[in-house]
Design a protein. Structure first.
Length: 100
C-alpha cells in the first residue's frame, strides 16, 4: 500500500507542476513583457522623422510601456494567486457523478 501512496503523491506533484507551468497567465504575461521591452526600446530610439509621422507623439514608447504594465500585471497576478490543482478526491467524485 505504501508504494501505491508514493506513486499517487508523485503524480499529484507532477500534476501541480504542470498546472503551474502551463498557466495561461504566465504565457501572456511573459509575451507582453518581452514585446513591451522591444517596443519601448524602439520608442526610446525613435528619430525625429518617426515622431513627425505620429504628430510628435511617441507611440512606440507609450505602447511599449503599456505592454510592460499589462505583462507585469499578469505575472504579479500569477504570483499572488497561484493555480491549485484539484484534489484527487474531487476529481474522482466528478468522474463518478458524470458516469451516472
Amino acid at each position: 500500500m505504501s508504494d501505491l501512496q508514493n506513486e499517487v503523491s508523485e503524480l499529484e506533484r507532477k500534476s501541480a507542476t504542470a498546472a503551474r507551468l502551463f498557466d495561461i497567465r504566465r504565457i501572456i504575461g511573459g509575451l507582453f513583457v518581452v514585446y513591451g521591452v522591444i517596443v519601448t526600446v524602439a520608442g526610446i530610439t525613435a528619430s525625429d522623422a518617426d515622431l513627425k509621422k505620429a504628430e510628435n507623439i511617441n507611440i512606440n514608447l507609450w505602447t511599449g510601456l503599456g505592454m510592460l504594465v499589462l505583462g507585469l500585471f499578469f505575472l504579479v497576478w500569477l504570483k499572488l494567486r497561484p493555480v491549485v490543482p484539484p484534489a484527487v478526491e474531487d476529481v474522482e467524485a466528478a468522474e463518478g457523478a458524470s458516469a451516472h
